[in-house]
Design a protein around this ligand. Structure first.
Ligand SMILES: [Fe+2]
Length: 189
């Protein structure tokens, strides 16, 4: 479907606020793929750190939250699922790698408590470039980040509907589940 508009981040947030509730994955993705933020708009939310990728809050409301994530080359997220949320992620600079996993057997990762273990099968790697959007939902499991050999820093904008306060993460080698509350930074105006 052709791009119909180029929207700022504030405009995408406002369009999402107008969508019927509960949200539908396709409708969310259709709005988010129109995101074309200016660097001026993003600047207060851009925080790069040698220690880790960073997440900075753009908007937090009762139905969803919007975060700007900054990744230096080689920085990746833990392997994680998406609770009961829709997560739509737009690349605004650089190239994002998403490695997908699937639980082996019948184990449902959303029934797994912290400390429990599952076996995860890697099912494929996709890359997403500037202005591309990937939308995952609920029990989809992946790890995203910026390749070590990347030439460019990566900036992604994540829409979580509803907000995910704690991330269910899985160890790459043991499959052990941990529940992590990621650090969220505030913008610096
Ligand atoms: Fe994710």
């Amino acid at each position: 479907m052709p791009l119909t508009e180029s929207l700022s981040l504030a405009a995408v947030r406002d369009r999402l606020l107008e969508l019927p509730h509960p949200f539908r994955k396709d409708a969310v993705q259709e709005v988010v793929r129109q995101l074309r933020p200016s660097m001026e708009e993003l600047k207060p939310y851009l925080h790069f750190s040698d220690a880790s990728y960073t997440r900075t809050l753009f908007y937090g409301g009762p139905r969803f939250e919007v975060l700007v994530l900054c990744w230096l080359p080689g920085q990746v997220s833990p392997i994680h699922d998406h609770a009961a949320s829709i997560c739509s992620m737009a690349v605004v600079q650089g190239t994002c790698t998403s490695e997908a996993y699937r639980p082996a057997g019948d184990v449902r990762p959303d029934h797994l408590a912290a400390g429990g273990e599952i076996t995860l099968d890697a099912t494929g790697i996709e890359t997403f470039n500037r202005d591309e959007v990937v939308t995952v939902i609920g029990g989809d499991i992946h790890r995203v980040g910026n390749r070590p050999e990347a030439d460019d820093d990566l900036v992604t904008v994540h829409f979580y509907l509803p907000a995910i306060r704690s991330m269910r993460c899985f160890d790459e080698h043991t499959g052990q589940c941990t529940v992590v509350e990621p650090t969220t930074l505030q913008p610096s105006f």
